[in-house]
Design a protein around this ligand. Structure first.
Ligand code: NAD
Length: 480
């Protein structure tokens, strides 16, 4: 019989109010993995009540900042002890390579250790006053109940990126994970309970975006919403938050340029382009899906990328030699297929890919695809495909390149491949994106703040600055 998961609310497994469940399917084999509770308004109400009670409860409210750090460290240790199970759970659910998820799980405790270290350094200031009789100081307070809504492509890392600073700052949290990846996030909540977080500090309501997600985002009981997902959903969440004057952190979509200059090491750049766009079958917000190559190296880059793309081993993501797994679910695969057709209808050529690869599994596989003959105004160069599809376009001058790279609604990340140091600095400063990588791609750390520019987001995740997203400032004036 298929395993069945309930919500995790107030420190215990809680049946869905309407008694309904939905299936989670392995996208490589199409086997049903488990079923999870289909959350609705009543379940979200219950979770917000539990989180509000926990926020007011002295067992959390009066816990010293240092002890909050200890709890985060204990959770980090438990994640380390359960890393293999968590990695496998994510890989089975979303089709990402098991060895990639093992790598992510090895790094995940670092996020918690980092914010554990910051938890007792959250402090206010003494402000100079106009009179010696006045003492003016500030305190940094937690907000209350944080609502967190996360996607399926890196469920645990993206959830912990919110949970760690939120808890370090003394908030409580209700998480609504993607309907495609419920299991690992439920296990995270269970581990938080085992680590000693009081009941109700960490709650998880599973279910669909339009039901549980919308109920959480619109709930009057949350003091902040922290969302990672598509720009379209982010816009709806931002307007709901604005109407209630609550803060929101939004980490949204991208269409990142990966730029190869004529003075680059083309062999390294080709590997960076491949990793930039085909990792996780292109299902990463930072996918370098618009590749710009200087016309002097354009042909060489195309040849190298094509050759490597055609040698990528596609198969079951849990097998050690697999380099590319399936797309995460059927609609995602169909979207990728449709975009390639849109590109061809707009005049693009398929240099390689554009079809289902020969894989002896029924899942949602799509081969690494390179489009040429693309102009930056075409839909395939402007809209986020979220699949293994790269458009490679030539350019001639640096000014032209900067204009093309910035000609997008998105501003999440960019890659620059050059051996000219002056150019690296100059172009990095001119690109409208929150993260710039030079001669590398995808580097990330809990210590380094990241912010999406333009339609790629609002607010900061990671680094010291993320703490501010989960606190508010109180200014106290005393006439001594
Ligand atoms: P999505 O917007 O469809 O869903 C994200 C989450 O929002 C899910 O939990 C979903 O159930 C929920 N949701 C959907 N509709 C909702 C609604 N009306 N109200 C409230 N919640 C709702 O995105 P996705 O397909 O899960 O994820 C892919 C997207 O996420 C891509 O656009 C990708 O670029 C983006 N992403 C961004 C980052 C980043 O850090 N910037 C990281 C990963 C993914």
């Amino acid at each position: 019989m298929t395993e069945q998961f309930d919500h995790f609310i107030g420190g215990r497994w809680t049946k869905p109010a309407e008694g309904r469940y939905f299936d989670s399917v392995n996208p490589a084999t199409l086997d049903v993995l488990y079923s999870a509770a289909r959350g609705t308004q009543n379940d979200v109400d219950k979770a917000i009540d539990a989180a509000s009670d926990a926020f007011r409860n002295p067992s959390w409210r009066d816990l010293s900042q240092t002890k909050r750090g200890h709890l985060l460290r204990r959770l980090a240790d438990l994640i380390g002890e359960n890393a293999e199970t968590l990695a496998r759970s994510e890989s089975l659910d979303n089709g990402k390579l098991l060895r990639e998820m093992r790598g992510q799980m090895a790094g995940l405790p670092e996020y918690l250790y980092y914010y554990a270290g910051l938890s007792d350094k959250i402090q206010g200031d003494q402000i100079p006053a106009s009179s010696p009789a006045i003492l003016n100081y500030t305190t940094r307070e937690p907000l209350g109940v944080v609502g967190a809504i996360t996607p399926w492509n890196s469920p645990l890392t993206l959830t912990v990126s919110k949970l760690a600073p939120a808890l370090a700052a003394g908030n409580t949290i209700v998480v609504k994970p993607s309907e495609h990846t419920s299991a690992a996030i439920l296990r995270l909540a269970e581990l938080a309970s085992e680590a000693g977080f009081p009941d109700g500090v960490v709650n998880v309501v599973t279910g669909y975006g339009a039901e549980a997600g919308a109920a959480l985002a619109d709930h009057p009981g949350i003091a902040k919403i922290s969302f990672t997902g598509s720009t379209q959903t982010g816009a709806a969440i931002a307007s709901s938050a604005a109407s209630r004057f609550i803060g929101c952190t939004l980490e949204l979509g991208g269409k990142s340029p990966n730029i190869v200059f004529d003075d680059a090491n083309v062999s390294n750049a080709a590997m960076g382009v491949i990793a930039g766009v085909f990792a996780a079958a292109g299902q990463t917000c930072i996918a370098g899906s618009r590749v710009f190559a200087h016309k002097a190296v354009y042909d060489e880059l195309l040849e190298r990328v094509k050759e490597r793309a055609e040698s990528i081993v596609i198969g079951n993501p849990v097998d050690d030699d697999t380099e590319l797994g399936p797309l995460a679910f059927e609609a995602q695969r169909d979207k990728v297929k449709d975009y390639v057709k849109v590109g061809v209808d707009e005049g693009a050529d398929v240099l390689t890919g554009g079809r289902r690869p020969d894989v002896d599994l029924p899942g949602y596989f799509y081969s690494p695809t390179v489009l040429t003959g693309v102009s930056n105004s075409m839909r395939v160069a402007q809209e986020e495909i979220f699949g293994p599809v790269a458009a490679i376009m030539p350019f001639e001058t640096e000014d032209e390149l900067v204009g093309l790279a910035n000609d997008t609604q998105y501003g999440l990340a960019a890659g620059v491949w050059t051996n000219n140091l002056s150019r690296a600095h100059r172009v990095a400063s001119r690109l409208e994106a929150g993260t710039i990588w030079v001669n590398t791609y995808r580097a990330m750390s809990p210590m380094s703040p990241r912010e999406g520019f333009k339609s790629s987001g609002m607010g900061v995740e990671h680094g010291v600055e993320a703490i501010k997203e989960y606190t508010r400032v109180k200014s106290v004036w005393i006439n001594t």
